[in-house]
Design a protein around this ligand. Structure first.
Ligand code: NDP
Ligand code: 8X3
Length: 261
């Protein structure tokens, strides 16, 4: 039997936009209860209101900076007081900062990428694990990237951080073997969210060009896949799943239609 999400508690990091916000809404439509974290509180407030409007009996939010151990621990304590139980942990917070070569790279960008995509995932998982039940179909779903599998120029730190995410996921699955807690990584290719706006530090024109002439994945595509992962029967673990747009045959091979001038 597939796992029902009704009354399950779902904790989502990076729930203020993109995949995390879309996943919150998708889980809410299934009647799940939500714990949402990110740094932008006004955006979290909007997402939690939308989640309640589409069917979540409870959608709570709290400030979370996964780059700070103190913030993660306060967030996890809040989650524990709110519910005492987390059935599904979606480690989604992360992103890219800059597209510089190693020769041109900035410490602040490198640090932000390893903090959010790798160390943040470790910190949140450590803090939330005590809240996760054993042998009840609980899941940890980590968001990786095809960038963790294949490097590209300008992607050294992002690709490195997502490669770390992949290996952290694999180690965690070994460590949790026997607990019944499932551990998956979902590794998308090009998806049009705020990802490139963040990467290019607010340059929307440059961000739009990343997806020009091709049909990119949407946040809803990813949310639907996360939902599918979370609802496999309790004895089924999807270890690693790569999802790419049909127009993206490989990280460097993207089909683009001519764009009318
Ligand atoms: P968005 O920029 O739309 O969302 C990123 C989310 O991460 C936001 O909610 C942001 O919240 C949160 N976040 C970033 N840093 C922190 C932090 N330090 N503490 C807490 N939250 C943080 O992009 P996506 O939805 O596309 O990205 C979601 C995940 O998917 C990321 O891990 C990204 O690397 C990955 N990914 C994206 C792909 C794409 O093409 N879009 C492809 C493959 C993977 P806030 O700023 O409010 O804190
Ligand atoms: C995001 C996909 O190819 O822009 O992780 O790095 S890519």
């Amino acid at each position: 039997m597939n796992t029902s999400l009704t009354d399950k508690w779902i904790l989502i990091t990076g729930a203020s936009s993109g995949f995390g916000a879309a996943a919150a809404v998708a889980f809410a439509k299934q009647g799940a209860r939500l714990l949402l974290g990110a740094r932008r509180l006004e955006r979290l407030e909007q997402v939690s209101a939308q989640a309640r409007a589409v069917g979540s009996p409870e959608a709570h939010f709290h400030a979370l900076d996964v780059a700070s151990t103190a913030s993660v621990n306060v967030f996890a304590a809040w989650a524990g007081m709110t519910t005492g139980r987390v059935d599904i942990l979606l480690n989604n917070a992360g992103g890219a900062h800059g597209l510089d070569t190693v020769a041109e790279g900035k410490d602040a960008d490198w640090e932000a990428m390893f903090q959010s995509n790798a160390l943040g995932l470790l910190r949140v998982t450590r803090a939330v694990l005590p809240l996760m039940p054993h042998d009840a179909g609980a899941s940890i779903i980590n968001i990786g990237s095809i960038a963790g599998h294949t490097a590209y120029e300008g992607g050294s730190a992002y690709c490195g951080a997502k490669a770390a995410e992949l290996q952290i996921t694999r180690a965690l699955r070994l460590e949790l073997n026997g607990t019944g807690i499932r551990v998956s990584t979902l590794d998308p290719g090009l998806a049009e969210t705020e990802f490139s706006i963040v990467r290019f530090k607010g340059d929307a024109t440059r961000a739009t060009k990343v997806y020009e002439g091709m049909n990119a994945l949407t946040a809803e595509d990813i949310a639907e896949t996360i939902l599918w992962l979370a609802t496999r029967p309790a004895h089924v673990n999807i270890d690693e799943l790569i999802i790419k747009p049909t127009d993206q045959a490989a990280i460097h091979k993207v089909f683009r239609r001519p764009v009318p001038k």
